[in-house]
Structure formats: structure tokens, C-alpha cells
Design a protein. Structure first.
Ligand code: GUN
Ligand code: FE
Length: 455
């Protein structure tokens, strides 16, 4: 008998590819002590009954109840952890004003470690309760508070990729919220990287430092160059905002006479471990550059509805070989749920395809073939996010991590409308994706450890 740390029996949904869902009905999922899926066994496999018999009486055996389903945990590719403190506010302002009047003042408060602890514990707990098992975080400019966020992820069992934000240009950033100078910004980033790598040694699910220029407008050339060098020296992930809005996109064009993508690449900031948020205004050459360098797009559909002045043609970008995942962009996006973002990504894509101005004739109104399905949105929220980060996460498959959410469709306060015991499981999957609320998430596991149970 093989020793497993955990065995789960139940029905699961995972992506076969970006367009199709694999329904794993009443499968066995055998997890090893490292929290990796060692074996997935279907009822048709010859060893199913033997494995079931040898594990089903053990304390580590988990049988899902009727009406419960397994989904991979979500991978949120773009979260501003400090902005959780202002989620839902000021969304009627344009990006530039929102940053200067709301966001920079709130982020500046994270020099206070007590305040940082209160907000960061709450945001990590909230994201886990919403099924997000991996998050790519922007913290603030403060090294110690950024490290605290990484420590809180480590303690609470979430896989956190965390960046100390760099914004060093005194011309562009307010005096109350910017790095002291370029040299300090780079030295603190390096110290942060070293500290998080040390923390990672004792963190089962992994915690990762991320090189994080806020966006080109907030950084000097020297900082951007230095950050590219640090990312190469320590082989870290990299994140930033790229071609998000008319204002941000044209600001970079005026400064460098090129688009964000090429400017970032010149500084060594595009790589297989880079995730760029938004990217609404990528042109064809930018898309090729992303594909060539392995840079991923963190698609933030709710936030984009407020700040990006456009709907990103995400399916066209993905079809050119660019990795894509979903981001909540708290708090440009108000919702901590990737269910909500998946729904918005589908709705936005439909509006892009049809177009939105009824005064324009139907055949000229939209951008043809732009729609995505809920299956594709689910792929972006799970497997696509994992691929974007080059980590074995986001799929319920052998050699992937046991990062899951258990959805309970029977809860009296949030029952899903399933009335036929023999309903096609593809329909059940769609009902979960469109209707599940946080209460339906019964348990969340990361790397084989239970990290959330619904109260
Ligand atoms: N561009 C620069 N900073 C930010 C931010 O915090 N949120 C969004 N949405 N865009 C940005
Ligand atoms: Fe953002």
C-alpha cells in the first residue's frame, strides 16, 4: 500500500485546455506529504477499488458529501494588499485622481506596522475564504510592512508572491509617499528579496519575492534598470502595470517614444516570470514581444471597467501564445472574488464583441470573435494563472499542488438551483461558476493543508 498523507474522493472540475473542462466524476485524489497530487484514479481504473479499500477507513480519507464539488484554488495575478482598506470607494474618479487623492494616502499609512498587520491579516484571510490559494501581491514602498505581508501569507498558509513597491521619481510621486531616493529603493528591494527567500526555506506552500516597479510613470530610468538587474541576479518574478489606461499608456509613449512593453523590455523587466497587469492597449508588436519573452497578462476585468477606458481583447492576445490569468486588482476592482472577476471577464468580452453604442450599425459596432466562455474565464482563474507564474498550480492533475476549494451547492442560505440528480455535470459546473457565493466555499486547502473552513 502506498503511503499517502491525504486521500479525497469526490467529483472535481479542472481545465483540460483553455476551452474545455475535464469532469472527474467520483475520482480518488491521492496526496503525498509534500502536498502534491501523486495519483488521480478514476472509477474505471483497475486499482480504484483496492486503493479505496486500503484508505477509506483512515483519518486522512475525505469523502465529499452529496452536492459538494472540488475546484482548483484560484490564482489571483494582481492584488494591491494595502488597498483592501479602501475597497469599494472612490471608483467614480479617473485613475490619476484616484491614485493621488485616495490610494497614495492610504498606502502611505503602511509605515505603521500595527495598521499593516490588521489590514494584511484581513485581506489574506478574506482571499482564502474566497477560494484564492495563490496571490501575486503589490504591498507598499515600505520594506518592513512588505515583509510582514509575506510572513502573514506564510503563517496563514496562502502561497504569496509579494513585492515591495518601487516609486522613486520625485517629479511624479508625492513627498509623503515615495522612496527616499533611487539608491535606497534598490537597496531595500534587494534586502527584501533576501529576507523573503530566507522565509521561503520554512514555508511549505512557498512564498516568493517579486520585483515591483509600480508602473513606468512612477519610476526613474535608473530604478527601472536596477530592478531589471536585481530580478536577473535573484531570478525573481517581476510585476508592474502595463498600458492600462489612455493616460498611463500615452505617458510612457511621450517619455520613451515607444509603448510600455518595449520600454519594460529594454530595462530587463519582461521574462517568463513577469506578469503585467491590465495591458489593454498592447499593439501587435507588443503582443509578439510578450509571447517571445514569456510575459503574462494579468487580466483585471472589474478594475478595467473603471480605469482602463476600454475592454481588452483578451482572447485575441491569448490566441497569439501569451499566457493569461485573472486579477482582482483590489481595489481598482472592488471584489476580492475571482468568481466575480471570471463573470465580469465573460460579460466584458461579450460587450466588446457586440460593441456598445446603439447608434453605430451592428456590423461595425463591435470587435468580432472577442467573446470568451465561462470555461475560458475559469481557465484564466486557475491553470492560466499557474502557467503565468511558471508554478505547478491551478490544475487537479498529477504533479500539481493540492490547492483546492470545496464547493457546497446544498447550503440552505445559498443553495444552487440544481433540481435534477442526474443533471449534466457541465451544467452544474456553469451554475457554480455563475452563482457560487463565498458561503458556498466550505473548505480551502493549499499544498495539502486546510487553510479555511466556513464558519
Ligand atoms: N497604476 C499605478 N498604480 C496603480 C494602482 O494601484 N492600481 C491601478 N489599477 N493602476 C495603477
Ligand atoms: Fe493595479
Amino acid at each position: 500500500m502506498t503511503n499517502y498523507s491525504l486521500v479525497f474522493k469526490g467529483t472535481a472540475f479542472t481545465s483540460k485546455n483553455s476551452k474545455d473542462i475535464l469532469v472527474l466524476k467520483e475520482h480518488l485524489f491521492c496526496i503525498n506529504e509534500n502536498g502534491m497530487i501523486e495519483k488521480v484514479i478514476s472509477p474505471e481504473d483497475t486499482d480504484y477499488q483496492t486503493v479505496l479499500d486500503s484508505h477509506q477507513d483512515k483519518p486522512y480519507f475525505h469523502q465529499l458529501k452529496k452536492g459538494q464539488y472540488l475546484l482548483p484554488g484560484f490564482v489571483d495575478l494582481h492584488v494591491h494588499a494595502p488597498q483592501w482598506a479602501q475597497s469599494g470607494t472612490a471608483l467614480d474618479l479617473p485613475l490619476y485622481d484616484w491614485l493621488n487623492t485616495y490610494t497614495f494616502p492610504i498606502e502611505s499609512k503602511f509605515s505603521d506596522l500595527d495598521f499593516a498587520k490588521e489590514v494584511y491579516e484581513d485581506v489574506v484571510r478574506t482571499l482564502l475564504a474566497n477560494g484564492t490559494t495563490t496571490a501575486l501581491y503589490f504591498a507598499t514602498i515600505h520594506k518592513d510592512a512588505s515583509l510582514l505581508l509575506a510572513e502573514i501569507c506564510a503563517q496563514k498558509g496562502q502561497r504569496g508572491l509579494v513585492g515591495k513597491v518601487v516609486m522613486d521619481d520625485p517629479e511624479q510621486n508625492p513627498s509623503f509617499y515615495r522612496d527616499a531616493d533611487t539608491k535606497t529603493a534598490l537597496a531595500e528591494t534587494e534586502a527584501f528579496i533576501v529576507a523573503v527567500k530566507e522565509l521561503a526555506k520554512s514555508t511549505k506552500q512557498g512564498v516568493y519575492p517579486v520585483v515591483t516597479p509600480r508602473f513606468i510613470p512612477s519610476c526613474t530610468d535608473a530604478a527601472l534598470k536596477g530592478l531589471g538587474e536585481l530580478a536577473a541576479k535573484y531570478d525573481t518574478h517581476i510585476q508592474s502595470h502595463c498600458s492600462e489606461s489612455d493616460w498611463a499608456h500615452s505617458h510612457v509613449q511621450e517619455r520613451f517614444n515607444k509603448n510600455d512593453a518595449f520600454a519594460l523590455n529594454d530595462f530587463g523587466l519582461l521574462s517568463d516570470k513577469s506578469v503585467m497587469a491590465h495591458c489593454n492597449f498592447l499593439d501587435t508588436d507588443d503582443v509578439h514581444l510578450f509571447s517571445k519573452t514569456g510575459t503574462a497578462v494579468g487580466h483585471c476585468p472589474i478594475s478595467n471597467a473603471y480605469f482602463a477606458n476600454s475592454v481588452i481583447p483578451i482572447v485575441h492576445i491569448h490566441s497569439q501564445g501569451v499566457d493569461v490569468g485573472l486579477g482582482s486588482d483590489l481595489s481598482g476592482g472592488f471584489s476580492p472574488s475571482l468568481f466575480d472577476n471570471a463573470r465580469q471577464s465573460v460579460m466584458s468580452s461579450r460587450m466588446l464583441e457586440d460593441g456598445v453604442n446603439p447608434n453605430i450599425p451592428a456590423d461595425q459596432r463591435g470587435l468580432p470573435s472577442s467573446r470568451i466562455t465561462i470555461n475560458e474565464a475559469f481557465y484564466f482563474a486557475t491553470a492560466g494563472g499557474g502557467k503565468s507564474l511558471s508554478l505547478p498550480i491551478g490544475r487537479l492533475e498529477e504533479n500539481f499542488t493540492w490547492d483546492v476549494q470545496i464547493i457546497d451547492s446544498t447550503l440552505s442560505s445559498a443553495k444552487l438551483p440544481i433540481f435534477d440528480a442526474n443533471e449534466d455535470l457541465n451544467d452544474t459546473f456553469q451554475k457554480i461558476m455563475y452563482l457560487a457565493r463565498p458561503e458556498n466555499i466550505q473548505e480551502v486547502w493549499v499544498q495539502g493543508e486546510k487553510v479555511h473552513t466556513r464558519q
